[in-house]
Design a protein around this ligand. Sequence first.
Ligand code: CAA
Ligand code: FAD
Length: 379
Amino acid sequence: MDFKFTEEQLMIQQAARDFAQTELLPGVIERDEHSKFPTEQVKKLGELGFLGMMVDPKYGGSGLDSVSYVLAMEEIAKVDASAAVVMSVNNSLVCAGLEKYASEEQKQKYLTPLASGQVIGAFCLSEPEAGSDATSQKTTAIDMGDHYLLNGTKNWITNGSTADYYIVIAQTDVEKKHKGINAFIVEKGWAGFEIGAKEQKMGIRGSDTHSLMFTDVKVPKENRIGEDGFGFAFAMNVLNGGRIGIASQALGIAQGAYELALKYAKERKAFGTEIINHQAVAFKLADMATQITAARMLCFKAAAEKDAGQDISISGAMAKLFASKTAMDTTIEAVQIHGGNGYVREYHVERMMRDAKITQIYEGTSEIQKIVISRGIAK
Ligand code: CAA
Ligand code: FAD
């Protein structure tokens, strides 16, 4: 494994760091407080090429590798985990899925605007009765000849109201179970497509999460992705890569909280000395630094394997499992190190603690990651 980054990778990291400091940091507390989507900031992320990072430039992307993606995601999430999830969904669930599996016509029509950041996308797998148990899809798409008729409800959809294009997973043949599932590209505004109320969340409050309702939505046949019955395999393969994105988001949250805690511990005095001189505090920082370093290695390992074209189902799940626990552990201790100040908004760490929790839930809960890893290693 090569531990040296290329000049290009370091440049991307620096660009993301600069963007996070100048564009995301100033309004991050306010956006969290008012559940405000970072509209302007997401637009600029698109202009800088951060919304289609790994997509071929011929489809409007930046043509970068997954290691660069991890580096950029960490920097964005370090400051604003909400902006980071918008970036992660668009890059690794929507664009990556379309680039790998969509037809040339679909790429021209949908991938190019998505990768160049003109619009953003959403990935719609979860339902009220199908979250972890993703094969239990209740949304149906009935084959009507030249189109499908889509009916059902999707839950918890990130970019739910801000997206223009939605990848929707639906059951087309119940008898065939997960082999009778398909993925479709659905456009906002199509008749019968309704967006539910915005969820009021504990964390990542700047990102918009909605349920989506489909009533007899006509989806042209050419909007199905891949061969008939490919939808579940599509979703699983896309999620393998998506988990690297969320692992990097978790890594960024942890790193952000750790840096604030370290700074605070060096400045805050108690019992006549800086609190970092109390071993109980210093050891917390030692544990944070160690866990974060290990999480970062797992993220880069999964990203490097993805770039090498290897199966990343296990390494992506391991990275997400470990990095999300690191984010939770680190942010809890960062609040503790800040004492009372940790409990108020202006010090950032309480937001980071609330933001961290979701990384153990979405794109497969930690329990689901253990299922993926244990089944993988048992093979
Ligand atoms: N990669 C590729 N294929 C996979 C896979 C993986 N990681 N996991 C399962 N599969 C394949 C299996 O090989 C199998 O295919 P075959 O029959 O062709 O061999 C098929 O999927 C069904 O697998 P299982 O028999 O293992 O099915 P299961 O029902 O027992 O379990 C599961 C499947 C792994 C638990 C799956 O349902 C799952 O991943 N659930 C979590 C769903 C999830 O991550 N949702 C995230 C929504 S998106 C999101 O959350 C975005 C966001 O927040 C920002
Ligand atoms: P459940 O599946 O009901 O799980 C409940 C609990 O039971 C969990 O602890 C789980 O780990 C455990 N459990 C379930 N089955 C097992 C098992 N076999 N073994 C052990 N434990 C088990 N989905 C999308 O499709 N697109 C999105 O953009 C998206 N964005 C999201 C954004 C937010 C803010 C949130 C909260 C969710 C989002 N989701 C999205 C949905 C997310 O992926 C699901 O919430 C998640 O997969 C868990 O599903 P569930 O909520 O139905 O929980």
